[in-house]
Ligand binder design. Structure first.
Ligand code: SF4
Ligand code: SF4
Length: 286
């Protein structure tokens, strides 16, 4: 435990209402001790904890992150959320590893409402480990700006990663070894092949189909204006590619290359040609 002058980590636990929070409560009323710098947030189920919550915590300077739920097959919901938590945490560990953060900074445990002493033991052990690792980024050899840039980039890929890994994230396999569910190679490939989508200004006919179908409101759309994808909002679902009418074919999937810059706003107006060129149009300087 930290003594004066020693590094006191920032630690956060997100724990489920029904079991782990009960264990934390019992730990408190039984006067078992654990470091006061561990802050707890109660959620109804560990399955509620999202990849984004964990990345957000690290982006805000948390040095160690704990997720606590009910023991497997004791979850109070159906389908059981702790399987989801188990898959999500193991995926998150690989994502952390990919961006150079020690995955030991993230820990998942099951604690029942009757395991107050066990809760204290886990908290003390985890706190010691994080104290030994030191502040986030230090043991990783990463400056804060670089660390935050990497976390931010990964956070933007979360919707895409969840779509791609939907089946594994929903796996409920009592005999499964969840620590082997994702491999480093698999995650490296997933990130390397993350696509971007781009609208070719010379082909877009401003039919608005993509904008209407986009689930993330990421298509900047206006009548008779070339449509543009807001790359920060885009969740890389590919719906616009499938939705764009074949005769226009204006949406392109880009992998491993930079996305061309968006057409400046003043050049997005589409000028339709006369009858002889019906159906043809081109964006011009407005
Ligand atoms: S890929 Fe999906 S989120 Fe991105 S612009 Fe297209 S429809 Fe919207
Ligand atoms: S669906 Fe295709 S043609 Fe229509 S607005 Fe979108 S990109 Fe342009």
């Amino acid at each position: 435990m930290s003594s004066e002058g020693q590094f006191k980590p920032k630690m956060l636990g997100i724990i489920c209402n029904w079991c782990c929070y009960g264990g934390a409560d019992l730990c408190g009323v039984s006067r078992f001790q654990y470091p006061t710098y561990i802050r707890l947030i109660r959620v109804m189920c560990s399955g509620r904890v999202d990849l984004k919550h964990i990345l957000l915590a690290f982006a805000n300077g948390v040095d160690g992150m704990f997720v606590g739920g009910c023991h497997i097959n004791d979850c109070h919901y159906n389908p059981e959320g702790n399987y989801d938590a188990m898959s999500m945490v193991n995926l998150c560990k690989k994502l952390l590893e990919h961006i150079g953060i020690n995955p030991k900074r993230l820990r998942l445990e099951w604690v029942s409402a009757g395991e107050g002493i066990r809760f204290a033991n886990i908290m003390n052990e985890f706190a010691r480990e994080i104290e030994e690792l030191g502040p986030l980024g230090k043991s990783e050899g990463l400056e804060t700006a670089e660390l935050n840039a990497r976390i931010d980039k990964m956070a933007k890929l979360v919707p895409y990663i969840k779509l791609e890994k939907m089946e594994k994230l929903a796996l409920h396999d009592i005999n499964g070894d969840y620590t082997k569910l994702y491999t480093s190679e698999e995650i490296d490939g997933l990130i390397r092949e993350a696509p971007s989508y781009w609208i070719d200004p010379d082909r877009c006919q401003a039919c608005m189909t993509c904008a209407r179908r986009c689930p993330a409101d990421a298509v900047i759309s206006a009548k008779n204006q070339v449509h543009v994808i807001d790359q920060d909002k885009c969740i890389r679902c590919g719906t616009c590619l499938a939705a764009c009418p074949e005769r226009f074919g204006a949406v392109t999937k880009i992998v491993g290359e930079p996305v061309p810059p968006p057409l400046p706003e003043e050049k997005r107006a589409i000028v339709r040609k006369g009858k002889e060129g019906a159906g043809e149009s081109s964006p011009v300087a407005g």
